[in-house]
Design a protein around this ligand. Sequence first.
Ligand code: GLN
Length: 543
Amino acid sequence: MTRYIFITGGVVSSLGKGLMAASLAALLQARGYRVRIRKFDPYLNVDPGTMSPYQHGEVYVTDDGAETDLDLGHYERFTGVSARQSDNVTQGRVYQTIITRERRGDYLGATVQVIPHVTDEIKAFATADTEGLDFVLCEIGGTVGDIESLPFMEAIRQLHNDLDRGQSIFVHVTLVPYIAAAGELKTKPTQHSVRELTSLGIQPDILLCRCEHPLPESERRKIALFCNVRPEAVIPALDASSIYAVPAQYHAEGLDAEVLRAFGIADTTAPSLERWADIMDRQQNPEGEVTIGVVGKYVGLPDAYKSLHEALTHGGFANRVKVNIKWIDAELFEKGDDLAASLEPMHGILVPGGFGVRGSEGKIASVRFARERDVPFFGICLGMQMACIEGARNTAGITQASTTEFGETSEPVVGLITEWMSAEGLQKRTAETDLGGTMRLGAYPARLDGNSVVAGIYGGTEISERHRHRYEVNAGYREPLEKGGLNFSGMSPDGTLPEIVERPDHPWFVGVQFHPELKSKPFDPHPLFASFIEAAVKQSRLV
Ligand code: GLN
């Protein structure tokens, strides 16, 4: 039997519901259960693919090519379970499905309504594709009381009724704020939030109370009494020192035990948390530190590069060092900031993925600095494209080298891709194609040159990595670029699309067209990040 855990949030947004869901799933997994986590997003975009990182943070891409909420990245990092398209649905997608069906005439004269049509669609999404799972955790985005999330609340209320008794529970995440003037933690917002939830027909089974100070027993009892839950089901969730400390911390507070109890499952064996203890040991007892300069565009919002931040941290775990990340706005180098002064203290330079021309000359100048000064360099997606343009301009004499993304150019070293092979067959696009969901998305295989640096790093020549881009390095420029020392060491299996470039005569210089950061896990750091940080450690001994 597959059991469902519905996770809602109250009082304020940004309580870390995603992290909580990921941590609970990890704890259940550590007890031997098979889990999957899903995210319901109440906004009307069909997916976050067209949203600015400033609106929504990073767009997380799955193997099957879905552009999803960044919480799915947490889910994967904490459980190792690869997320799928069917694990993230937005209200926009729900409506798109229903309206397409309505236009086709599928409703046969019926009036199409929120209840039952929208709610049925949400329920179908929650219960689809659950073969072999013990637990499905469904996180509802937004905060209780939002107009937008009402159909989702109604759908989980109905689903709780439709399922057998004991087959689903509700976990509500709230905030218990500390009022400094009174020197007290306040439970009233939690009471109001639960009242709001019960008015929608949902009685939470477990309350997870985020707080900055320990929750006194008296307040725990008060919340239990007013919110109609047992005191043990009021779980304090204090701020953690690191996101990777959260599973063990929630376990110590009894979260997983209470969840099983709410389902009536008598499971007394303790979860095996060695994996998390090892991660915490590596994080808390580093043997050194390195500083990586990330030269990008969305540096004002750390969430825009969430997976990248985590993957660099994982690279640190692999080498037992702390990784300090310096976010550097590429545009400042174009406005006169001293590039050498900013980059000289860095033990590694990374140019991440991105879109648009803004800051691109600053990125290209940073690549050049890394190449000329022998500083470890890692270019990801747009970062690889910038490395190719830099190589073309400064080592191959193609001074006009550019990408068609930035406007017309006589030397399209990077160009719009209009045809490529995918697992589903030949894909075709034009410059006029819709922007939403039309990039080269998801997992694609690549073949590495057996003698390359990257083949050594991966320990093999066949890889599969996740993509999200519209432009490609133009293989027609391979010869001049390789003469300039930039080797095309990874290609698509048909040999047409450059996937990896590297400079074998440089301490560490790799550009990849895909996003390796999406697949890195704290307990299984991505080999490219482990190797890049290793090179940065060597660099730190030189400077
Ligand atoms: N803008 C580039 C493209 O579309 C790179 C995208 C990215 O870095 N994710 O190809």
